[in-house]
Design a binder for this molecule. Structure first.
Ligand code: HEC
Length: 218
């Protein structure tokens, strides 16, 4: 019994660093500690609406879902404008126009943070890798050939203070898109803590029970 418990504990402890090493291998993604507060997610929603949603859809997120990230009803109403309360957040550019402008329809961003390894870090890295090259042309040095023009004009923010400000906005957008890709994640984590606590108590009770039963055989 003792051996089984010890090996289970050790395999659990080993899995964690292994999973982390695997997730962070082999890519020059920005190493950043995101502020995942609801204020940041909310700011990200506004920034995404004003820039990203010009071209991208968020088809799995409805305006009403914004209530889950501390929007008030009247904030949602202002945010959605004429769009219906229960409609998905849609781009203001039609797919036909986007196709003409970029040669493709920009991908939906609802699940982007799940679809790309690194999630929020990937989005942050992508948006902060635009720069003006030697010929004076804006390019993305980590993702050359990408058809998305520098959406936040990051390449031109050479001034340190303004670049810092923009980096904060990009972090906000990244954590908002991370929330959008898995709106129930916070709830699950919360519930997970209770489940783990419950299992620890249960294990202890079973241990006491086992001792009681075996004491009769000693
Ligand atoms: C002017 C239109 C436009 C705007 C504004 C825009 N995008 Fe894009 N985006 C595109 C296009 C076009 C693509 C497809 C690029 C490609 O596959 O080459 C794209 C692709 C992407 C991708 C996928 C990259 C990949 O790995 O395939 C992400 C992530 C992304 N955009 C995030 C954003 C975010 C976040 C914002 C807002 C800050 C934003 N975009 C604003 C046009 C836009």
């Amino acid at each position: 019994m003792r051996y089984i418990l010890t090996s289970l504990l050790f395999s659990g402890l080993l899995c964690f660093p292994l999973a982390n090493a695997w997730a962070s291998s082999d890519a020059p993604l920005a190493d950043i500690d995101f502020d995942r507060s609801s204020e940041s997610i909310k700011r990200g929603a506004y920034a995404a609406k004003n820039t990203c949603m010009i071209c991208h859809n968020l088809k799995y997120i409805k305006y009403l879902n914004l209530l889950e990230i501390d929007f008030t009803q009247s904030e949602v109403d202002t945010f959605r404008g004429k769009a219906a309360f229960d409609s998905p957040i849609k781009s203001s550019t039609s797919p036909e126009v986007a196709q003409k402008l970029f040669g493709m329809v920009p991908p939906d961003l609802s699940l982007m943070a799940k679809a790309r390894r690194g999630g929020a870090r990937y989005i942050y890295t992508l948006l902060t890798s635009y720069q003006v090259n030697n010929e004076g042309v804006v390019e993305n040095h980590l993702f050359p050939g990408i058809k998305m023009p520098d959406p936040l004009t990051y390449a031109y923010r050479t001034d340190e203070a303004r670049q810092k400000e923009l980096k904060q906005t990009i972090q906000d957008v990244a954590v908002f898109l991370e929330w959008a890709a898995d709106p129930r994640a916070g709830e699950r984590r919360h519930l997970g803590m209770y489940v783990i606590g419950y299992l620890i108590v249960l294990t202890f009770l079973f241990y006491l029970l086992k001792r009681k039963i075996w004491s009769r055989l000693d």
